[in-house]
Design a protein around this ligand. Structure first.
Ligand SMILES: [Zn+2]
Length: 213
């Protein structure tokens, strides 16, 4: 396996740990983390800090009523943890969990050998798989907010560099780029996009260190 060169920026890991990322982007982060020990360790550190902060808040805020309810909950049977999703071929567990019961992606042709499979599409965010034959450019798609693209197979290159399996490119509509799939295995990517007003204030903050906006 080749070394991962493009990771999840710290700001996005923090947002992921805090649960404030749109669902589509959270899946991309989870999928990257399942492939990347480095980001897994960084996330664990963020979660430890977040957990410690939560503990402090809890100590100050626990009322008698809440304390009683917590004790009631302790008596209740523990909820059954769902089994972690299992990896399926090139698809990490968090992606495999979104595929159909047959484990296949719902591919639709976009022409010229390019395909996409939409895994999630809401007014807030969308998540799709893109299949780009080697040597072809990625289709242009409109987006307003934060775009995250994770490579699952093959690789692509653009003005920002080369992205292979496990690499994540963080895009923004301020960024002009034309990704082209490299020669070799056809490129399969997982792409999360959003066009959410709520996100507008968060995005510049998240992207500031990277795009100087
Ligand atoms: Zn990483």
């Amino acid at each position: 396996m080749t070394e991962i060169a493009h990771h999840i920026p710290d700001e996005i890991l923090v947002a992921y740990a805090a649960g404030t990322l749109p669902q589509a982007h959270a899946v991309v982060v989870a999928a990257h983390i399942s492939l990347c020990a480095e980001c897994r360790a960084a996330l664990a550190a963020h979660e430890a800090v977040g957990g410690a902060l939560l503990e402090v808040e809890k100590e100050e805020a626990v009322s008698e009523d809440l304390r009683n309810r917590l004790f009631d909950m302790l008596d209740a049977p523990a909820p059954v943890e769902p089994a972690p999703p299992r990896r399926n071929g090139i698809y990490p567990g968090p992606v495999a969990a979104l595929l159909g019961p047959d484990g296949q992606a719902p591919w639709k042709s976009l022409g010229f050998g390019v395909k996409q499979a939409i895994l999630r599409d809401t007014s807030e965010d969308s998540l799709r798989l893109l299949y780009i034959p080697a040597g072809r450019a990625m289709p242009e798609h409109g987006h307003n907010g934060l775009e995250m693209t994770l490579v699952l197979q093959g690789s692509f290159s653009d003005e920002e560099g080369r992205f292979g399996r496990g690499d994540v490119e963080i895009g923004h509509d301020a960024l002009e780029h034309t990704p082209v799939a490299d020669p070799g295995p056809d490129c399969i990517c997982l792409a999360a996009t959003d066009a959410r007003l709520r996100f507008k204030s968060l995005v510049p903050r998240l992207l500031q260190p990277f795009f100087r906006i």
